[in-house]
Design a protein around this ligand. Structure first.
Ligand SMILES: [Zn+2]
Length: 138
């Protein structure tokens, strides 16, 4: 299952980052995904099972979908492909084997929750007060 392996690698990556950051929970995972690379609905579904028992459990998955586009040599331009199965220019019908976008998978950002999120910040260690702005010279 393609989507499950993508979901798992996303979760693994996010958990790794969380550990490095010292976070105890991942609350949100933002990714950029080409519509050609996955079936979005299956990915959401697989994501939920992939996060079970990990630091990502309960995390929100935020996907920015990148549409499939290809270069049409006849129109000499980038064209959005209307179908995942036919790689042809929607305007002139020329085959468009050169895919430009729609196959990327990129981790954009992660939101973490830290164990000490609830605690009050420690008092400032610097107790000395500096008064500035007034300077008298005799
Ligand atoms: Zn064309």
């Amino acid at each position: 299952m393609h989507e499950l392996s993508i979901a798992k690698s996303l979760v693994e990556l996010a958990c790794e980052h969380a550990k490095i950051e010292g976070a105890h929970k991942v609350t949100r995972i933002s990714v950029r995904l080409g519509t050609e690379s996955v079936v979005m609905r299956s990915l959401y579904f697989c994501f939920n099972s992939a996060t079970d028992g990990t630091l990502c459990e309960g995390a929100e998955l935020d996907i920015e979908e990148i549409p499939l586009s290809a270069y049409c040599p006849r129109c000499d331009d980038a064209k959005l492909l209307l179908s995942r199965t036919s790689f042809r220019c929607p305007d002139c019908g020329t085959p468009t084997p050169r895919i430009l976008t729609g196959r990327e998978m990129q981790l954009v950002s992660l939101n973490f929750q830290y164990p000490d999120d609830e605690t009050v910040l420690p008092p400032p260690t610097n107790n000395s007060t500096t008064i500035s702005g007034e300077h008298h010279e005799l």
